[in-house]
Design a protein around this ligand. Structure first.
Ligand code: PLP
Length: 422
């Protein structure tokens, strides 16, 4: 996998997705604009399916990016969705009439969300803490359902990743400690309205080393083996998400089949009867396929040690640089073939000094007001984290396939930013 979309090409300083000029797309749809290489998303899905096989349960993590057309694409490929809120469930339900291939994750599940999930035939619920057990069993009982649940275990394994996206380890708030998991399992087992269906871990994001997955699965299988008297049927080993997706400058990770084997062999170290693997990739499905196009406004030469380019978006469409200090490689795609480049600071439009999209962007020295800048590896945790900060309307999202450019999410109007006010 590359950090750029599979179908992106450059020609004399212009950029194309398939045969569509990104400059033409920007002028037709306006900027800021999120653009997805739709075929690339489907290729990413297929890579996982080929590596893990038709038998695995795929639950794409909606938190990375979700919209109705993506739910359709996932469903067409027999993938379900991992959701963490009623809004994400509603997105799935607006396309499909059931949540049966949906996994409900998260540290805080409201009564309304649990009820919405269960009453729409929801698939698995991942139990994050002991408090949830009573809540879920009561609601399942009212709905006359035996609700499949899996236990999210925090194995204190950590991962070689940014502290802000680390989700396992003693200091992290997610999941149940292994020594409490046994109590949780017994409670679930003894409940009439819950069906114990397996275990879940999510070590963190951007995990390169397959041994981490292997170790996590080995510990889970040991836990289940020790408690096998309470396990009645084919069990799910959910290895979570966190599969690596490169940003500019990153080395590639191992082939996905290596992760699949690592997960399988970890499970089979201690577990000898039937099981199913579940995975929840988010970033690895959408990140490299996504771009954001901005228009350059003023170029300020009189501030700072390098010129500032002020663009028409910023932390409201991509909060990642401000939140994690993440860097996204920028290209000037307005036909700039001059190979003389210089360093610019590219700053967003928001009233925060932290709204710096790239601190040191190497761009053509001829970059001028009105040029279109393309920010890459921006498919995950960008639109999904977008806000109306400064009451800036959320940007439009389009997809590009081999044959067409199509709308995925409309651009908000000024009035949309006021529509919730009483
Ligand atoms: C429980 C869980 N599953 C899946 C994911 C998706 O992770 P990624 O986008 O890195 O694949 C996350 C991300 O935070 C998560 O918390």
């Amino acid at each position: 996998m590359n950090y750029l979309p599979n179908n992106l090409t450059f020609n004399n300083g212009d950029a194309f997705l398939n045969n569509f000029s990104l400059i033409d797309i920007a002028s037709e749809h306006g900027t800021p604009l999120y653009v997805y290489d739709w075929d690339n998303i489907e290729d990413n899905i297929s890579e996982f399916t080929n590596a893990f096989g038709d038998d695995a349960l795929y639950r794409y993590a909606a938190k990375a990016f979700i919209c109705k057309k993506l739910v359709e694409l996932l469903d067409k490929n027999n993938w379900g969705v991992d959701v963490v809120s009623g809004g994400e469930m509603a997105t799935v339900l607006s396309v499909l009439d059931t949540l049966e291939n949906t996994l409900f994750n998260g540290t805080f599940k409201t009564k309304d969300e649990v009820n919405f999930f269960i009453s729409n035939n929801g698939g698995h619920i991942s139990i994050d803490n002991l408090n949830e057990i009573t809540l879920i069993q009561d609601i399942a009982l009212k709905n006359k359902r035996k609700q499949p649940v899996i236990l999210r275990i925090n194995l204190d394994l950590g991962a070689e990743t940014h502290p802000m996206v680390l989700t396992s380890g003693y200091d992290q708030q997610f999941g149940i400690s292994i020594d409490v998991a046994e109590t949780a399992l017994k409670e679930v087992y003894n409940s009439n309205s819950l069906l114990f269906s397996g275990v879940h871990v999510h070590i963190g994001s951007q995990i390169k080393d397959p041994k981490r997955f292997n170790k996590a699965m080995e510990e889970c299988s040991l836990f289940l083996e020790r408690n096998k008297a309470s396990v009645e049927r084919e069990v799910v080993f959910d290895a979570g998400g966190g599969f690596f997706s490169p940003y500019e400058g990153d080395d590639n990770s191992e082939d996905l089949s290596v992760y699949a084997k690592a997960i399988k062999s970890g499970i089979e170290k201690n577990w000898t009867t039937d099981y199913k693997i579940m995975i929840e990739p988010g970033r690895a499905i959408v990140n490299n396929a996504g771009l954001i196009l901005y228009t350059a406004g003023a170029i300020k030469e009189d501030r700072g040690e390098k010129p500032f380019i002020l663009v028409d978006g910023g932390m409201s469409d991509n909060p990642r640089p401000a939140l994690y200090g993440s860097e996204h490689k920028l290209f000037n795609i307005s036909g700039k073939v001059n190979d003389k480049e210089k360093v610019f600071a590219v700053s967003g439009r928001h009233c925060e000094s932290g709204d710096l999209l790239v601190d040191r962007a190497l761009l053509s020295e001829d970059t001028k007001t009105g040029d279109v800048l393309m920010s890459t590896s921006t498919g995950a945790y960008t639109y999904a984290m977008a806000s109306n900060y400064n009451r800036v309307p959320k940007a439009k999202v389009v997809g590009v396939s081999k044959t067409e450019v199509f709308d995925l999410v409309k651009r908000q109007s000024f009035e949309d930013t006021v529509s919730d006010d009483i």
